[in-house]
Design a protein around this ligand. Structure first.
Ligand code: ATP
Ligand code: LTN
Length: 327
């Protein structure tokens, strides 16, 4: 069975984009292989973050994983920082990724764009090195992510290729995979920008009340075309709402277009809001239950133990390959 691996940074309140592009899909793919799903808390340190916020947010993210249906008996759920082998492996792997390719990463360019060189941490630059370590340390083949993370996975693939060429078959080649619909949910207030948890404007947060979610959808930016039609260039706002609806209901774009033929944007938005609330109401309730149950700490402890066994074995294999370990 193929190993499956993914993670999310606990950098802020999760958005509907994180849910559709990643979390909802995690619950599905865990049925198809041996899944390792973690909380990328070390990656959260790549931009300034309050320690108390990071601590709480990390546990909270685990609760959102569980609420989505991740089964801790089947799937290994853990904190990245609880498995130190990730960091040790990253220290080795950093020698096989180069400054030029790291400086071409879109995420790095976006996040550092408004910063002075003196304020850009080395960790932000080296982000894909740790991410590659996260992936190869579990010999993971399938990496389910949203679209923005594909570039990092391509870099991890380059690294595996390079490493294996030099030292012989040591690392397993990973492959990124996207959800069919919704791998890049856009902001409701600016549908040319990705919905992102570090951007406070107009996005739907999983901890928003249902009323607030509804309000945000009703005031989402649309256009003057006055027809429900999928066209990302001309109608980015409507296309984004159609994507959200399709991802949550399973209806195709054609079905949605037909259903709302001749109808106004108000009616369409109400239907999108209904679809979002129908999904979020039980999800939020399960999340509340899990938080109350106090289950999270035990799940993370057990997950770290299980993950460490696999991670340490791979670390040794790599150490041996490069000449650091010869027991
Ligand atoms: P940040 O704003 O802190 O950079 P983010 O909201 O972009 O965070 P990540 O932690 O980078 O979220 O992503 C977690 C997972 O959710 C990744 O697999 C990512 O590709 C996916 N994801 C993030 N935003 C979206 C989105 N708007 N649509 C679909 N998937 C998304
Ligand atoms: N960079 C990812 C989080 C992440 C990840 C990974 C995803 C860290 N390590 C390994 C897949 C595989 C993000 O969500 N921004």
């Amino acid at each position: 069975m193929d190993r499956i691996l993914s993670g999310i940074k606990p950098t802020g309140q999760l958005t509907l984009g994180n849910y559709i592009g990643a979390i909802k899909n995690f619950a599905k793919v865990q049925q198809e292989g041996e899944a390792y799903l973690f909380i990328a808390d070390l990656h959260a340190l790549t931009l300034p973050i309050d320690p108390e916020f990071l601590r709480n947010n990390s546990r909270d993210l685990a609760a959102y994983y569980l609420a989505a249906g991740l089964d801790p008996k089947k799937t290994t759920i853990f904190l990245q920082s609880d498995v130190p082998a990730h960091s040790e492996l990253a220290i080795i792997l950093q020698n096989y990724l180069y400054m030029g390719e790291l400086s071409r990463m879109t995420q790095f360019k976006d996040k550092s764009a408004k910063m002075k060189d003196e304020a850009i941490g080395l960790g932000l630059f080296a982000y894909p090195v740790l991410m590659a370590a996260d992936i190869v340390i579990y010999d993971a083949k399938r990496i389910p992510v949203g679209e923005d993370q594909l570039q990092h996975i391509e870099l991890a693939r380059d690294l595996v290729h390079r490493f294996n060429n030099r030292y012989g078959e040591t690392l397993v080649m990973p492959k990124g995979e996207l959800v069919k619909v919704g791998s890049r949910i856009m902001s409701l207030s600016d549908p040319t920008k990705k919905m992102s948890k570090s951007d406070p404007k107009g996005d739907i947060y999983l901890n928003d009340s249902l009323e607030v979610m509804r309000k945000k959808i009703m005031s989402a930016v649309t256009d003057m075309e006055a027809r429900v039609h999928y066209d990302v260039e001309k109608q980015p706002g409507i296309s984004n709402l159609m994507t959200i609806m399709s991802a949550l209901t399973g209806k195709s774009f054609e079905q949605i277009e037909k259903e709302f033929e001749g109808k106004g944007y108000g009616e369409f938005k109400r239907a999108v809001a209904d679809a979002v609330c129908a999904e979020m109401e039980p999800y939020k309730a399960r999340y509340e239950e899990i938080v109350k149950s106090g289950l999270v700490d035990d799940v993370l402890k057990d997950g770290a133990k299980r993950a460490s066994v696999v991670a340490e074995a791979t670390l040794k294999r790599v150490q041996k390959a490069v000449g650091l370990y010869n027991k």
